[in-house]
Every structure is written in structure tokens, then in C-alpha cells.
Design a binder for this molecule. Structure first.
Ligand SMILES: [Zn+2]
Ligand SMILES: [Zn+2]
Length: 356
């Protein structure tokens, strides 16, 4: 089980203002050349009318306009025309990603990481499906793996993946779920493994896959849902190799990796299918992602929260919410006061600062 929050509004735009015409064209509606308020997204300029649109791409946050080439998933998520070519929207695409991921992992970890019962049914579902299964805590599950043993001892495997995500994100989840299947097949009957350790071993596969694809691995390490076990495992793997970890799953007796003594402690009961929540790592820092300067009207977007001069609002950081007063907004950035912190904090555009 791999679970993260679906963040719907990732759109961070930098506002620029121009008195005359520019050579910018809006990537959403095609209007241009633009003048006045212009927003710069990762895909290019967005006009002020499009910036105010209600619907956004569920992957990048770009505003969505009717007939702009975007698509809509069955459960109502929009995917912009730029993300659409890399998004997995049908089961054939999901199976392809799963097969590629599995091949890559076996290539990296060796033949012993192949499944003895190689048939895996891969399906793709939307958010509604997950919501029915899970808790209504605003989190969506990204994947799910299960193995059933027939009375003869054969295994039948199934993996379910969430639709409408980027190929690389689906691959990260596929690596995790494939590892669940492999553990289900390979751990000794009666070997009780701590559920954080199981999830961490599955995340280790994701980590190794992202590393070999030169994709950022840091979010995997920062994700708190294995309660830090992933960091221990990455270190253990660096020192002893993946074979050590896989061999432990097959032959170990302890509940956690690396400490045989913990086998003597009360074992943690682990269901065959581990359900684990993966809350998104909240930012640890304050970031100024957007500025709107239009005559007397000035707004700053800090960690997705819009501030006018004088506003006092809460911003959620990883460890805690912080209460912030916005003292000053200018082209150079913002001046803030953080509750219970002495002095003032200045942020320039795209700059991040840690709050002690
Ligand atoms: Zn537009
Ligand atoms: Zn998008």
C-alpha cells in the first residue's frame, strides 16, 4: 500500500506586470501578445483571466479552460494538455509501466527478485474507488497489492494503481507494490515483520528505482510514514547490498531488520496486506512562490497561502502550524513576522527559509 495526499493546486506562478505589450502568449487560452498582469507557470505565460479560472490540473495546478486540450478523469480530476501525454489514464498504460518497473527492479536486484508465480493482475482505479475502501481523511491511496494463496500453495497476485498520475509517479508506486508481492511470496511462514519495516523495504525499491532513473529520491527519505525506517534501510543497503535485505526477508526471524534482539520483544502483528498512510511531507520551510503587484493591490503567496500587507494567517509546516503577519510586500519580496519569533523574516521570490 502506498498512500500520499493528492495535492490539487501545485500551480505556483510568478507575477510580472507590464505597461505595454509583451511577446507573451497565454498557454491556456492562446490569447496574446499579453500586457498588464501576466503569470508565469512552468509551461509558460498565463493571462490574468485564465489565472482566475476555477478548475486546475490535478498534476501541475495549471488553470483549465473548456476546449484547451485538457482531459478529465472519470472521477472529475483535470489533467492539462501538457501533462496529458505523460499521464497514465488507461489500464494498458498502467500495465506497461508496471511491467517496465518490474523488469528494471529484477535487473537491478537480480533474478532472486523475480516472482515464483509471475502472473500479476494489474488494474487502474480512480479516487472514488479508493474513497470507498479507505478513510475519508483527505488522503488518496496511490496503490495497493494483495496476494492470495490457493490451498495448493500457489500465489495469485493483484496490484491496483490510481489513475491520472504521471508515468514516473506510477512507476514509483509500482516498485513499492511489486515489492509487497515479492515479500508475500518469500517471507517464511510465521516470520512476523514489523509493518514499518515492510513498508520501508517496499520504499527501498522505490528509492533504488528513482536513483537509477536519476529522479529525486529525497522525498522518499523525507516521507514520514515508515517512521524513519526507510533512512535506516537505505544506510543498511549501502553498507551490505540489497542481497542482505532480501536474504533477511527470506531467512530472518526478527521483526525488524538489523537487530536480532528485537525478535525477543513482543512481535508486532502484521496483516498480510499492510495498510499504511503516507501523508505528504509538508514543507519545512517558508517559501514565497508568487507576487502580485498591481498599483495599490499587492499580494504575496507564501506556501500556497495568499497574503495582503497586514494579513495574519496560519501556514502549515511539517512540524507545526505557524502564525504569520505580512508586514510588507514589494517587488523585492516580503517582510514577515512569525509569531513567537523575534525579529523579522524577509523572503525573495522563490526563496525558501527555515523557521526555527
Ligand atoms: Zn488565457
Ligand atoms: Zn498539468
Amino acid at each position: 500500500m502506498r498512500k500520499l495526499a493528492l495535492i490539487l493546486f501545485l500551480f505556483t506562478a510568478v507575477f510580472i506586470s507590464s505597461a505595454g505589450e509583451t511577446n507573451y502568449v497565454c498557454v491556456v487560452c492562446g490569447k496574446g501578445p499579453l500586457s498588464g498582469r501576466i503569470w508565469i507557470s512552468k509551461w509558460g505565460a498565463v493571462c490574468d483571466d485564465c489565472y482566475k479560472l476555477e478548475n486546475h490540473c490535478s498534476l501541475c495546478g495549471l488553470p483549465i479552460r473548456d476546449g484547451d486540450g485538457s482531459v478529465k478523469t472519470g472521477d472529475g480530476r483535470f489533467i492539462c494538455k501538457f501533462d496529458q501525454p505523460n499521464a497514465v489514464l488507461d489500464v494498458a498504460g498502467a500495465r506497461e509501466v508496471f511491467t517496465d518497473t518490474r523488469r528494471e527492479l529484477v535487473g537491478m536486484f537480480g533474478r532472486s527478485f523475480a516472482l515464483n508465480f509471475p502472473d500479476v493482475t494489474v488494474n487502474l482505479f480512480d479516487v472514488d474507488y479508493w474513497s470507498e475502501l479507505g478513510r475519508s481523511d483527505g488522503l488518496h491511496k496511490f496503490g495497493f497489492a494483495s496476494t492470495r494463496r490457493t490451498p495448493k500453495g500457489d500465489c495469485t497476485h493483484e496490484v491496483v494503481l490510481l489513475s491520472g498520475r504521471l508515468r514516473n509517479e506510477i512507476a514509483a508506486t509500482a516498485a513499492h507494490e511489486y515489492t509487497h508481492l515479492w515479500i508475500n511470496e518469500n517471507r517464511l511462514a510465521g516470520h512476523v515483520i514489523d509493518s514499518d519495516t515492510i513498508e520501508a523495504i517496499c520504499e527501498l525499491s522505490t528509492y533504488k528505482l528513482m536513483e537509477s532513473r536519476s529522479q529525486p529520491e529525497q522525498p522518499i527519505l523525507d516521507n514520514p510514514y515508515t517512521h524513519g525506517e526507510i533512512k535506516k534501510l537505505v544506510a543498511l543497503e549501502k553498507e551490505n547490498g540489497i542481497g542482505y535485505v532480501l536474504n533477511w526477508v527470506k531467512n530472518g526471524t526478527a521483526a525488524t531488520l538489523g537487530t536480532q534482539a528485537s525478535a525477543l520483544a513482543a512481535p508486532v502483528r502484521t496483516p498480510v496486506i499492510a495498510f499504511t498512510n503516507v501523508p505528504p511531507p509538508l514543507p519545512e520551510t517558508l517559501k514565497l512562490s508568487g507576487l502580485l503587484l498591481d498599483g495599490q493591490s499587492r499580494h504575496a503567496i507564501i506556501n500556497g497561502v495568499s497574503f495582503a500587507t497586514g494579513d495574519v494567517k496560519n501556514v502549515s509546516l511539517r512540524s507545526r502550524p505557524v502564525r504569520i503577519r505580512c508586514r510588507e510586500i514589494s517587488r523585492a519580496g516580503v517582510v514577515l513576522e512569525v509569531e513567537n519569533q523575534p525579529g523579522q523574516l524577509t523572503l525573495k521570490i522563490s526563496e525558501e527559509k527555515f523557521v526555527p
